[in-house]
Structures are given as C-alpha cells and as structure tokens.
Design a protein. Structure first.
Length: 463
C-alpha cells in the first residue's frame, strides 16, 4: 500500500493551491504565483499516478474517498488545469486573481472526483460554478451578459440539486450515495429525487434541452475560459453523473437507462444539426461540444461497467481535443480571426496550427488512428453489448452528420487564398503540443488508457 501521508496530499495540494492563490493577490508577483501553481499541479499529478498504479482505497479527512476511479480523475484534472494555468498566464491581464479562481474550480473538481456523498458532490459542483462565473467577469469587462447567463444556468442546476437533496433526507440523512441503494423497497419519492439529481447534472454537462445559452457563453468569453468550461467543467459534471448513477444504477438501471438514452439521442442530434448552420467558429465548436456530451451519455445509458469504461475514455479524449482546439481558437481570435472564412489558408499561415487543428477535428469525427476513434468505438460497442443497438445506430448517424461541418473547417484550413503568417507564443505552443501529442500517442497505442478506464470503472462499482 502507498504511504498514508501521500494519500492525504492528493486533497491537501488543492487546498494549498487556494491559499497560494490568495497570497498571490497580496504580493502581486505574477511569475511567482505561476511557478508555485505549476509545481503544485505537477506534484498532484505525480501523486495521483503513483496512487493509481499502487492501488488501494482510503478515506481522507472522513469525507474524501480515494480509490482508482478518483485517482484517475485527480490525475486528469491536475494535467488539464496545468494546461489552463499555462494558457491563462500568457493571455490574462489579471492572472493572480484568475489563478485563485482556477484553484477554487480545481478543488471543486477534486471534491466531486473523490466524493461518495451527495452533499459533497453538490458543494464541489457549486465551487466549480462560482469560480467559473467570476473568471468570466475578471477576464473580459464586456462579458457581463455571459456571466449572467452562466449564473442562471448554474443557479438553476444547484437549485434543482438542492431540492433533490431535501427529498432524500427522510430516507438517508447521511447523504451517502452507497446508502441510497439499500434504503428499503422501491420508493417513488426517492426515484423522483434521483431524477431531479440527474436533471441538475445534465444542466451542468450542457445536455439537451438544458443547454440554452451555452453557445452564447462560449462565444462571448475569452478562449482560455471557454477551454476550461468545455474541457473541464462539463467533465466534472460527467464524473458526478457516473459516480451517483453508477452506484444507484445497480438498483434502478431500468428506469434511468431509458432516461439517459433519450437525452443522449436528442443531445447528439441537436448539437450536430445546429453546428451545421454556424459560421462563427466558436459557436460551431460549442455545438460540437454539446454533441460530444451526447456521445458520452451513451456509455452512461448502458448502466454497465463496459459503458462506464467507454464514457471515462471519451471524457479523457474529448478533454484534450477541446482544450487544444480552443487554445488555437483563442490565439486566432486575438488576431480578429473569428469566422469560418477567416480560417482560410491557416495551414499556409502557420503549419503547426493548421496541422494541430486538423488532427483535433479528425479525432472528434472519430478517424482511426486517433484517440477519438477509440472513444466512439468503445461507446458504440458498449451500447450494442447492452442490447441498446439504437444508441449505436444514432451515434453512427450523428458521426456522419458531423463530417459535413468538420469537413468544411478542414477544407478552408487548406485553402491557399491567404498567406499572411501567424506567429504563436511559446505558452500556447506548449499547451497545443501536449494535447496534440496525447491525441496521437493514445490513438496509436490506446491500451494503457483503456486499461486505466477499466480499472477506474471496476473500482467504482466495487464501492
């Protein structure tokens, strides 16, 4: 077993990050704050990998459960936040303030990943939401409307989750997720509360019909915040769904499987169809991200270990695809390159950006040899394995639809009409390169990540 103190460090480091962020505001040294946050995130990434490899299970501070599933996502979120911090450092005018909010969001993500209590899950999601709202306000003065819309969406989700929590009190005042499945005979009030919990979390992942303003928010906010909202915040909500319903499904799978199946189908079609008619690149990728949420829900709808494994794999894959994509979009947006036509000749203006964006897009389509292919393959296979063939068919149809608008972007990237060179800073270059490398490496050799997803999903179901 791994050293006892090391397990606690997985929770302590996010707390230390918040303290260091607060101190950074006082001493106002941007470089020092950046170095401290990078070092702490790398430390937590290493500790998470060590714990995952060693295995085991423990409860830290009587609240946070650390096991293979949570260790995998602590490692993932540590790496993702590291990329966001690096991206933010270069392009944020108020880095010290924003870094504190990023630390707050990071702690919320870790709380959700290690939680087996409904109340801790809600608190974690609320920390993620509040931190994100203030980040939107700090980064751009003209993003007040986006912040208000994000506040309304997040507030609605938290309100619904709180009502769901209140309905559970008579049956289990400890709010332990594992206690719900042993709370007695079938109870419709309890089922209704779980349904509300699902609806609240679907607000957070941006599933249909709870994604009213997501494209507007993505379009208005700065690119590094968009990358975090899509690449991290949504994934935190998916982790919450998998934890809550992965355990509760044991008893009520036949009800929630149909619920998530319907939501998955509508979300895929809505995202892809709306993306077809977009000319603004941010809005197009916003609707694309919505459709990707639908794909991830396929695995959850199967209510099986295989399905959860597939969803975990796709969560990881899409996180890097979308963060890498929005890193490029942000860089180009600073040069007033915002519409689809503005991307004309990107391959000739900067070969690295053109190549990277093409790879990210091909991975989103699900082209073999890239990480996104294995994510979709596992998701569709899990649906067939669970005898929900309709989900696999709908997923395939939507993948075909997505080829049209993704293909439009690629064709414009390779047009040679504009050859004005675009230069890239070293921070953006690093973030894009890391995301690109992972997409290619795990596309060629996905076995380690598939095994990691299997171990994570199996450890969840053994709780």
């Amino acid at each position: 077993m791994i050293n006892f103190n090391l397990m606690y460090m997985l929770i302590l480091i996010p707390m230390i990050l918040i303290v260091s962020g607060a101190l950074a505001i006082l001493h106002r040294k941007k470089e020092s704050a950046f170095i401290v946050q990078v070092v702490l995130l790398i430390m937590n990434l290493i500790f998470a990998i060590l714990f995952f490899v060693t295995g085991g299970q423990t409860i830290a501070f009587s609240v946070f459960t650390i096991y293979s599933f949570s260790a995998l996502f602590i490692g993932l979120f540590s790496l993702l936040f590291l990329l966001i911090i690096i991206l933010t450092y270069k392009h944020s005018m108020k880095f010290n303030y924003v870094s504190l909010l990023i630390s707050m969001v990071y702690f919320g993500a870790i709380a959700v990943s290690t939680s087996t209590s409904l109340i801790i899950t809600i608190i974690g999601i609320e920390m993620v939401s509040i931190g994100s709202i203030f980040m939107v306000l700090f980064e751009k003065r003209d993003s007040i409307e986006a912040a208000i819309k994000l506040f309304i969406l997040s507030g609605s989700a938290i309100a619904i989750l709180t009502v769901a929590l209140a309905l559970i009190i008579p049956y289990d005042s400890t709010f332990a997720i594992t206690a719900i499945i042993s709370s007695g005979p079938l109870n419709y009030i309890l089922l209704f509360s779980l349904l509300l919990f699902g609806v609240g979390l679907l607000f957070e992942v941006g599933a249909f019909p709870f994604n009213l303003w997501i494209p507007d928010i993505y379009e208005e906010v700065q690119g590094n915040i968009t990358a975090m909202l899509s690449g991290i915040n949504k994934k935190v909500a998916f982790v919450a769904i998998i934890v809550v319903f992965g355990i509760v499904f044991v008893r009520y799978w036949y009800i929630f499987s149909e619920f998530f199946s319907i939501i998955a189908i509508f979300t895929m079609f809505f995202g892809n169809i709306m993306a077809l008619i977009q000319t603004n690149i941010k809005r197009m990728f916003a609707y694309s991200a919505i459709s990707q949420s639908g794909y991830i829900l396929i695995g959850i709808a199967t209510a099986s270990q295989f399905g959860f494994e597939a969803s975990i794999f796709q969560i990881i894959a899409h996180s890097f695809m979308i963060i890498g994509t929005f890193a490029i979009v942000m860089l180009l947006e600073f040069r007033n390159i915002k519409t689809l036509n503005d991307y004309s000749g990107l391959m000739y203006r900067n070969g690295f950006l053109g190549f990277s964006l093409t790879i990210f897009i091909l991975s989103m389509i699900g082209i073999p040899g890239l990480m996104g292919f294995y994510g979709k393959f596992l998701l569709f296979a899990s649906a067939i394995n669970a005898n929900i063939v309709i989900l696999a068919i709908m997923g395939l149809i939507n993948s075909v639809i997505s080829v049209y608008y993704y293909g439009r972007i690629i064709s414009i990237i390779f047009k040679s009409s504009n050859k004005n060179k675009i230069f890239i800073d070293k921070y953006s270059y690093f973030v894009i390169l890391v995301a690109l490398s992972l997409i290619i490496v795990f596309g060629i050799y996905p076995t380690p990540l598939i095994i990691a997803s299997q171990l994570a999903s199996s450890s969840l179901l053994l709780l």
